[in-house]
Every structure is written in C-alpha cells, then in structure tokens.
Design a protein around this ligand. Sequence first.
Ligand SMILES: C[S@@+](CC[C@H](N)C(=O)[O-])C[C@H]1O[C@@H](n2cnc3c(N)ncnc32)[C@H](O)[C@@H]1O
Length: 366
Amino acid sequence: MPKHSLETRKSTERMVDYDRHSSAQQSIISSHDARIRELARQVGRGGREMRVMDYGCGPGTSAIIAVRPALEVFRARFHDAPLVVCHADQPGNDWNALFGLVYGPTGYHAGIDNVRTEASIGSFYERMADDSSVDLATCFAASHWLSRAVRLQSPGTVWFADLQGDARQEMAELARRDWMNFLRLRARELKPGGFLFVSTLGSIPDGAERNGAAASGRGIYRALQVVAESMARDGLIDADVLDGFVFSLWFPTAEEARSPIEGDDDLLLSFEIVTIEVTPAPHNPTDFFAGLSSDPEKYANAYTGYIRAFADSTLRTQLLAPSATGPQSEDGLADEFYRRLHDLYQTRLSEFAFELWHLTVILRKM
Ligand SMILES: C[S@@+](CC[C@H](N)C(=O)[O-])C[C@H]1O[C@@H](n2cnc3c(N)ncnc32)[C@H](O)[C@@H]1O
C-alpha cells in the first residue's frame, strides 16, 4: 500500500488580506523592473496587439507592478498598438479587489492609454491562453505552489525542505513534473521571440542542511512547525493530521530549475535559456523584516500578517479544519495558531527570520 497520496485538491486557494501584507512580493517585483523593461524592448511587434500575461497574479498591487514596466515600454515603442493585459489566477482569487486596483488611481489605466484588461481563470498547470498569443509572460511568487495538495507521511516537518527518504523523493518528482508541465504550456502560449519571466523563492546549495540546500523562508516554516507541534501537544491539532501535513511547495535551486529544460528535447527546442539564477534578495536577505526588529510587537505583526496572507487557506483546509472536531471551531483554532505564532516572533525574534533567495528564470521562445 503506498504510504503517500497526492491529493486532487488545489495546493492553495486564496490569499488573505494580501495587499496589506505583500510588501515582500512587491519589493521582489520592483527589483526586476529594469530587466522586464529590457525584455520588452527586445520583443518585436508580433501582431496587431501586444499582450502581457501575468500568471498567478494574485489580488494586490503586485499584479500592477508586474505588468506596468512592459506596458510602458510597449506604449512608447508601438504608439498605435492596442495593449492587452491578461491577469491569470485561480477562481478563488479576489478578482474584485484586483480590478478595483487596476481601474483605481494607481492602476495602469490611469496614465497608459488604449489598454484592454482581461482575466484568465484556471490553473497555470493547464492552458490559460491561446496558442502563440503572448508577447511577454510573467509569473511572480506563484510557480512554487505545486499543482495539488500533497499528503505525505512527514512527521516533524510541514515543508518540503526537511522531508526525508521516500517522502522527499515523491515530492521532488512532483515538483519536477509540475515545472516541466508549466514550461511546456507556456511554450505553446508564447509568440516566437516572446519572453517568459519567472521569479519566485529559491534555494541555494548548503551542505549543512538536511537535503544539501538552504531554502528561502526556512525560519518561517520551522516557526510554523513549532506552533503546530505546540497545538498538537495541547490537544488542539490532531497529531495524525499534522504528521501527514506538508505545504505543497517547492523552492528550486538553480540546478533544479535548469536540468529539466536541458534534459528535455521539446523544451530545449522551445526555449533559449537567457537566465537561470538564484541570488540573495537585494534588501535584507537574512531577515526580510529586520527593519522592524527594534520593536518586537511590530516585528511580530509583520511576520504574522505576511505568513497569514499566503498560508491561511492551506493551514485551514489541510490542518485546522480536519482538527476542528472537538469544541474548538476552525476559526478558533486559526486565531489560536496566529496568536502563538505572534508570541513566537515577539519573544524569539530573528531566530525564525525570513531569509530570501530569489530564483529568476528568463526564457525566450524560439
Ligand atoms: C503569493 S501569491 C503571488 C501573487 C503575485 N504574483 C505577487 O507576486 O504578489 C501566489 C498566487 O499564485 C496563485 N496560484 C497558485 N497556484 C496557482 C495555479 N496552479 N494556477 C494559477 N494561479 C495559482 C495563487 O492563487 C496566488 O494568487
């Protein structure tokens, strides 16, 4: 009997209070502004319209920062061309929040003319655009979510980087297949000469770590493990559920991002590799919220808000809801979970700091 099962549920459904707690994502995207402008300058006019597509756009300001550089360059280069932005995400994305921002005072419609906004709703592990229709594709802080929720026997850890043995291998294989599938789909959607720009959390080789790599956010996931274990000890989380819970994430090393392309004839024929690299974040790479560390309350608020924004739906559906069989409701368990997480950051500060290495992948469609 297999020890593990890959579930059909999605790995993540929605972000919580995302716009207020996505300064990390916004700063990552802003740090790539010049590179995206440079790619937009290299794209030829491949048709009547110029199309920018942002995969895993989310509901916040980051979705605007992601597409603005290419829009500005295209508008300056092709005065008469209709520009199309297609925001792509899952059904549970907060689309109303996103379109409120897109059409609001800081949105790209204020200032850039003749832009049409579209949405593509589904999974980027399936087709999201027509063949050869996209000039410039971006995907920020999203491709590290795997195609489905994973249930593995993973006692002692809630995330991929500390998995051992079969569980680690099974998840590594899913991550590799997902990445190749993602790239094959984008290869069909991009126009020849168009670019795919993927930026997400990465890992770097590190012999001191269990699996030979230090992954971004290792402090955060270890903090989540400490909190989850403390709640299991107090009978608030079902210990069996916790032993089988793992975030469905993979933060690749540069080698893990590159080798599936170089080992696959179709991908090699589809893409020129422009850049594949993992580099420390330009600001506060060893503690993203270091600027707040002199005020433990603010520091803990920043960490708790950031973590809740991306982790809440996974924690609820896979850990808290299945544990909420006693007197405590799912909401009560969630409140208690974040209260303990807040206490942990307030008292132990940088012990669980968010270290950040960016994976950047730039591919050109041949
Ligand atoms: C952390 S948010 C990033 C949002 C935005 N790109 C940014 O950088 O701030 C991750 C986003 O990826 C989306 N996402 C995750 N898996 C996805 C999938 N399979 N298909 C489409 N979107 C997905 C989530 O719904 C979420 O909006």
